[in-house]
Design a protein around this ligand. Structure first.
Ligand SMILES: CC(=O)CC(=O)SCCNC(=O)CCNC(=O)[C@H](O)C(C)(C)COP(=O)(O)OP(=O)(O)OC[C@H]1O[C@@H](n2cnc3c(N)ncnc32)[C@H](O)[C@@H]1OP(=O)(O)O
Ligand SMILES: NC(=O)C1=CN([C@@H]2O[C@H](COP(=O)(O)OP(=O)(O)OC[C@H]3O[C@@H](n4cnc5c(N)ncnc54)[C@H](OP(=O)(O)O)[C@@H]3O)[C@@H](O)[C@H]2O)C=CC1
Length: 291
């Protein structure tokens, strides 16, 4: 099936990045959110990141302008009715995602492929609540989307081969690399990455190291581009906690127990960069560790 029009639900950090890469690859993008503010912030971010790519001579001014011209925004979910592919990238909560699908489905063409950018939630379970489990897939981009090469493709139990092949082609058209993962909690990347981040929070909680020493140790000692606590702030502590809970509940193993300190930060509303405070405080000129 030919994909030309793409709908993106949720205009947070992932939604804006997904809109960015699809528009740059020539797709028409319709970006939806429940908040007009989020839509405006998303467009600003896309413009800023395109500028960055122009400055680094990755793209031309004309390509950037054309990409911005291909992104439209809407507060109305029903406007996504004419799209060929929908990527849901709203908050990592199963009830939120199910409610979006329920409201969206009556407006979609029967052949439209429906996907979720979920970091962890069962694709089979999400698909089972829709009218098209065979045309439903996990379509997992990495953050920051314009930079990261990988897209995880997760088939639910009912996903058909044409849907999988179509998405493989789409990933290729974006200049990215697909990795196929089976549908188990948190798939591949987060099954491995998130317990490491959670362990870094335990290391902080137990006083083994400070925020600064933990991050520096992993940057300089293991060559990670970001320390695990800096990365947790970048991903969003609410998202990290949601993923740990899916691992803990889905695999029923205490090794996935979310660190109580991670829970405390989320309860405080200190969600990382997106709220300007997490393991670092971002309100000043340079980030300052909060522990
Ligand atoms: C939670 C999930 O479900 C799954 C996930 O996504 S897990 C998170 C996965 N992501 C990671 O692990 C990211 C780890 N961090 C990194 O790789 C790096 O720190 C980083 C790429 C984010 C930034 O790298 P950096 O060297 O500190 O910054 P900087 O030099 O400014 O940027 C590096 C490049 O990325 C580009 N870039 C950075 N952020 C960008 C953005 N948001 N949009 C476009 N380009 C961007 C820069 O222009 C630069 O490009 P070139 O190399 O082509 O010149
Ligand atoms: N952060 C990351 O590094 C990665 C995240 N993901 C996944 O991508 C998804 C989005 O994450 P991320 O972008 O970080 O989250 P953000 O919190 O940055 O953005 C989520 C956006 O969805 C909006 N939203 C909430 N409910 C609805 C709704 N009913 N309809 C439309 N929009 C809605 C939120 O609006 P409001 O703010 O008003 O609530 C917000 O703008 C999650 O499933 C996450 O697990 C995948 C890969 C990496």
């Amino acid at each position: 099936m030919e994909i030309t029009k793409v709908g993106v639900v949720g205009a947070g950090q992932m939604g804006n990045g997904i809109a960015h890469v699809f528009a740059l690859a020539g797709y028409d993008v319709l970006l939806n959110d429940i908040s007009q503010d989020a839509l405006e912030r998303a467009l600003d971010t896309v413009r800023r990141n395109l500028e960055r790519q122009i400055a680094r001579e990755k793209i031309s001014e004309a390509e950037a302008q054309a990409a911005v011209g291909r992104i439209r925004t809407t507060l109305k979910l029903e406007d996504l009715g004419g799209t060929d592919l929908v990527i849901e990238a709203a908050t990592e909560r199963e009830d939120v995602k199910n409610a979006i699908f329920e409201r969206l489905l009556p407006h979609l063409k029967p052949e439209t492929i429906l996907t979720s950018n979920t970091s962890s939630i069962s694709i089979t379970r999400l698909a089972s609540r829709t009218d098209r489990p065979e045309k439903f897939m996990g379509f997992h981009f990495m953050n920051p989307v314009p930079v990261m090469k990988l897209v995880e493709l997760i088939r639910g139990i009912a996903t058909d081969e044409p849907t999988f092949k179509t998405l493989l082609g789409v990933v290729e058209s974006l200049g990215k690399t697909a990795a196929s993962a089976e549908d188990f909690p948190a798939f591949i990347v987060n099954r491995i990455l998130m317990p490491m981040i959670n362990e870094a929070v335990y290391t902080l909680y137990e006083g083994v190291g400070s925020v600064k020493s933990i991050d520096e140790s992993m940057k300089l000692g293991a060559n990670h581009p970001m320390g695990p606590l800096e990365l947790a702030d970048f991903i969003g502590l609410d998202t990290c906690l949601a993923i740990m809970n899916v691992l803990h509940d889905g695999l029923a193993d205490t090794k996935y127990r979310p660190c109580p300190l991670l829970t405390k930060y989320v309860e405080a509303g200190w969600l990382g960069r997106k709220t300007q405070r997490g393991f670092y405080d971002y309100r000043g000129e340079t980030p300052v560790p909060t522990r």
